[in-house]
Design a protein around this ligand. Sequence first.
Ligand code: IPM
Ligand code: MG
Length: 352
Amino acid sequence: MTKNIAVLPGDGVGPEVTNEAIKILKVIEKKFDHQFFFTEGSIGAVAIDKTGTPYPKKTHELCINSDAILFGAVGDSKYDNDPTAKVRPEQGLLKMRRALELYANIRPINTFLSLINKSPLKKEIVKDANFIVVRELTGGIYFGKKGRSKDKKSAYDICSYSKKEIIRVAKIAFELANKRNKKVTVVDKANVLETSRLWRETIHDQVTHNSSPITVEYMFVDNAAMQIIKNPRQFDVILTENMFGDILTDEASVITGSIGMLPSASIGKKIALYEPIHGSYPKAAGKNTANPIGSILSAAMMLDYSFGLKKESQTIYKAVEKTLSQGFGTKDIVKKNPLSTSELGNAIINFI
Ligand code: IPM
Ligand code: MG
C-alpha cells in the first residue's frame, strides 16, 4: 500500500515524540511491504516564527493533499504568559480542525496491566477500565463569537451548537458503541445550558430509536468528572461537546498512569489527523525525556482507522504492551533507570 502522510511536529516535545512514531512507521513499512511518504509541514509557534501565522496556507495544502496527518503538539510558554498576544500557536490547531472539518475527536482510554500501579487511583478501580471519549471538535465555546466590551472591562465567549453539528458527531459515537459494549453516555450540563438541552433533544429524536441496540445514558458533566475517577469501568463510549471533552479527557488520561500514553484520532469529512493528547509540554522540550507512546499509538490508530491496516496496527500495540511489561518506560512511568524518548522508541522497535 502506498500512502502520503503529512507530518506536523509543531512545538515543544512535538518533534521528539513524532520522530519516534515515524521511526516505528518506517519499520512497519519495511516489515509489511508498504510505501509511506512523509512530508513535513509547520504549525504552531514554529510556524508563527517562520511565517507570521500559526497555520500557513502551505501546511493546509499539504494536509488536503495527503492521506492522513500525523500531528505533534502546539503551544509555547512565551504566549501563555502574554494574554495580549494577537497570534497564538493554539489558533493554528483550531484553524486546522475547522478548515479540515475534523468534527469528531476520538480518545480511547485503556489501561495497560503492567502500568496499573502507576495510576494515582486504586488498582481495583482502574483495572479493566476501557472506554472511548468522543469529543465534538469544531463547535461550541471554542468557535463561538468572542470579544470584549467597549470599556474592556467585560468579556464574552459564546457557546452555540446546531442540530447538524450534534447529529454528525453523535453518529460516530453510536457507530463506535455498536462495535463495543453498546452503551453511550452523553455528558452535558442540561440542568443549566440551553446548548446541552439541544444536545439531549437531538440525540433523543435523531439518533436513538426503538430498534437501536445502543443504551443511551445522560450524565451531567460535574457528576461525570466524579464518576470517571470513582468508577471508570461503567463507561463504554462517552459523547460530549468540545470543552467538556477537553477537560474530561485530561482527567481520564491519568487513569492509565500517564497522559503521555494516550493517542487520539480527529476525524471528519475526508482526511483524519492523529495526535497524542498530551500537548507541547515546553518544559521538557529538547530534553529527549518525553514519553513517545502517545504519538506511537496515534500512528497505530492511523494505520487502522485511515488505511484499514489492522494487522500492522495491532503489531504496534502488542510491541508497546511487551515493552511496558518488560519494565521499559520513560521517566513519567518508570522510576528506576528510565529510558529516553528515543531509547523507548528503539525498545518498541525491537519488539516489532
Ligand atoms: C487538546 C488541547 C487543545 C484543545 C489546545 C492546545 C487548543 O488541549 O487538544 O486537548 O483545547 O483542544
Ligand atoms: Mg486538551
